[in-house]
Design a protein around this ligand. Structure first.
Ligand code: COA
Length: 577
């Protein structure tokens, strides 16, 4: 089928649907919902069988839904209506939630129901539930609905009108900051966590830190037995600030100031750098039991043969200091006598490369970009040079740009089928990219395929990445299944009788590669190009980063997504018809 994706932005759900439906054999094009007339033009050019709206912030115009089948993803159970569906579900502790696929009509979220799915809720942020459960459920709904389209056209099947559906949802208003507000004198830790999770990644909970207005994000349970006035800031760790609650404490990882030049999300200790500097550092051991907050954690299997290094950086963004801490952790765990080292990124994102928000906040964005990419390269180099054990990049979440290439620095890259990879840099103002990608990518892909992946700038789902050889294995069904299967796979690798010869071959290959062309030469060439991106006369990277960090609304759809706007598209369409 010809499917036009009409969406507010090419967000994670839209990327997943795009990649999966393309694999299913559909012809896809994307138009951002900028203006009715632009959407109308896109529909006229593409002549879609179906308009699919995975992520819209306003209604589809009547001129489109009255003439074309328009299916809208609503992240709520049947009968639920309103713009804050998932926010209410998280805030009110729903045990189960769901996704409904509706046919657009004159009333928002009230169209006929084509498909729906339910899922058990997790104690997680709204964004996490959206990227995992909602995305899986939406994909299942869309596939089910597309399969019904021929029967619907023949009049042999009809969707269920909302009034006839036995849904338990109801219409809910937009959740406002007054609904989200934390009462530090009353709310216990669980309530504070639920309120912030319901607002994370957007819009955060409006509050005050050090007497100044800001929005809070990225909350984690803190230690018990912390005394002080509820709401008081008492310590810092890994960019987070520890605040007292009535029954314990919470770590606040990120904050966004409401006013000023830095009114975008930053690590809390950076958003309030001066005040946070006066707080005592509360360090945490790298090797520790689960449950104590910290960005880095290392653990070993009972037999000591498999080490796992977790690095859970918020949004997968890796600032200079974070890269340096990770590099130091890799050096530390390299001294352990393990056979396999699993690098397990965060549960949400493996990595999205250098930290664009921190760069934007720096006095010199160019200098900070330079420091950050060098620190990132140091992490990659430490992994590439770790030849005495097998290294595995375990992708529990998505990876983008430099984050993808960081994964390729490991010997093996494993993911679950829900992982979306964006192995390209050009979307960020034509950035050339580093992370030794000019060494790592050709090891995995033939030149033509490598060039295509970099130039197409399209997301790949893990099964496709596995097919072309970009990653090595895709298993587990979903994020939860992956985590369960991961330990067994890593143990089997450590038990492999051929491990010694495998490691010998690895060390020999590294030596040969180094003799052919030293790693330093790859780095130098990449960084020469990056220097031009950062310091050269073309400001594209700085402009793109500014818009990315400021979340400037889209004003046009990139050509690589809007295929209906390609020259010659209309001729090809006619020829196909
Ligand atoms: N630095 C800082 N923040 C980043 C980031 C980065 N490198 N990559 C992603 N984020 C943030 C986003 O701003 C967003 O923030 P929010 O919580 O306020 O909404 C959040 O992470 C999720 O990103 P989003 O873009 O909504 O996710 P997505 O799944 O729709 O798209 C990417 C994923 C990777 C395609 C997209 O985030 C991206 O292009 N990131 C930039 C990658 C990059 O160019 N890195 C620098 C070069 S190495």
């Amino acid at each position: 089928m010809r499917i036009l994706i009409l969406t507010h932005s090419f967000n994670s759900l839209t990327q997943r649907l795009h990649a999966e439906l393309a694999r299913d054999g559909h012809a896809l094009s994307v138009e951002f919902d900028i203006r009715d007339s632009v959407a109308e033009e896109a529909v006229a050019l593409f002549a879609p069988d179906v308009v699919l709206a995975p992520f819209l912030k306003r209604a589809i115009p009547e001129s489109i839904w009255s003439r074309h089948l328009c299916l809208v993803v609503h992240p709520g159970i049947v009968g639920d209506r309103g713009p804050s569906a998932l926010d209410w579900a998280v805030a009110e502790g729903e045990a189960e939630w769901g996704v409904t696929l509706l046919q657009a009509n004159a009333e928002m979220d009230a169209g006929d129901i084509w498909a729906s799915r339910r899922f058990p809720m997790r104690a997680a942020t709204k964004a996490s539930l959206y990227r995992r459960e909602v995305t899986e459920a939406a994909l299942a709904c869309v596939r089910e609905a597309l399969a019904q389209v021929p029967a619907w056209r023949d009049g042999a099947w009809r969707p269920t009108p909302l009034a006839e559906a036995a849904g338990q949802g109801r219409e809910r208003p937009l959740m406002r900051q007054t609904d989200r507000a934390i009462d530090w004198a009353r709310d216990d830790t669980a309530t504070v966590l639920a309120k912030i999770r319901a607002a994370d990644g957007f819009p955060g909970v409006a509050d005050r830190l050090f007497g100044e207005a800001c929005h809070l994000f990225d909350a984690h349970p803190g230690p018990a037995g912390i005394t002080g006035e509820p709401g008081a800031c008492v310590a810092r760790r890994d960019g987070a600030i520890l605040r007292v609650t009535v029954d314990g404490s919470v770590w606040i990882g990120h904050a966004r100031r409401v006013e000023g030049e830095q009114a975008f999300k930053l690590p809390a200790t950076e958003a309030f750098a001066e005040q946070a500097a006066a707080l005592p550092e509360r360090p945490v051991a790298l090797m520790r039991e689960d449950g104590e907050y910290g960005e880095l954690r290392y653990r070993e299997s009972e037999d000591g043969r498999v080490g796992t290094l977790e690095f859970a950086f918020y949004n997968g963004a890796m600032g200079t200091a974070q890269c340096r801490r990770l590099r130091a952790a890799i050096d530390a765990v390299a001294a352990r006598p393990t056979r396999v080292l699993v690098l397990s990124g965060g549960p949400e994102f493996w990595s999205n490369g250098i930290h664009l928000n921190r760069i934007e906040a720096a006095d010199s964005a160019a200098d900070e970009s330079w420091d950050n990419i060098n620190a990132m390269d140091d992490v990659c180099e430490a992994l590439i040079r770790l030849t005495d054990r097998v290294t595995v990049a375990a992708l529990r979440g998505n990876a983008g740009a430099g984050g993808c290439f960081l994964a390729l620095a490991a010997d093996l890259v494993w993911a679950h089928p829900g992982v979306v990879l964006n192995p390209h840099y050009k979307n960020m103002g034509n950035l050339f990219g580093s992370e030794y990608w000019t060494y790592l990518l050709p090891r995995r892909l033939p030149a033509e395929m490598a060039a295509r992946v970099m130039a197409d700038r399209l997301p790949l789902v893990a099964p496709r990445a596995r097919e072309i050889g970009l990653i090595d294995a895709c298993f587990g069904g979903n994020a939860a299944g992956f985590e369960t299967a991961l330990a067994d796979r890593a143990a089997a690798l450590a038990d492999d009788p051929d491990l010694a010869s495998r490691l010998q071959a690895k060390a020999a290959r590294r030596a040969t590669d180094e003799a052919e062309r030293p790693l330093a030469a790859y780095r130098e060439d990449e960084l020469a190009r990056m220097r031009r991106n950062f310091y050269g006369f073309d400001p594209s990277y700085h402009v793109a980063r500014y818009h990315f960090v400021s979340k400037t609304p889209q004003s046009w759809t990139p050509r690589h997504l809007a295929r209906h706007r390609e020259l010659g598209w209309a001729d090809r369409k006619e020829a196909a018809a």
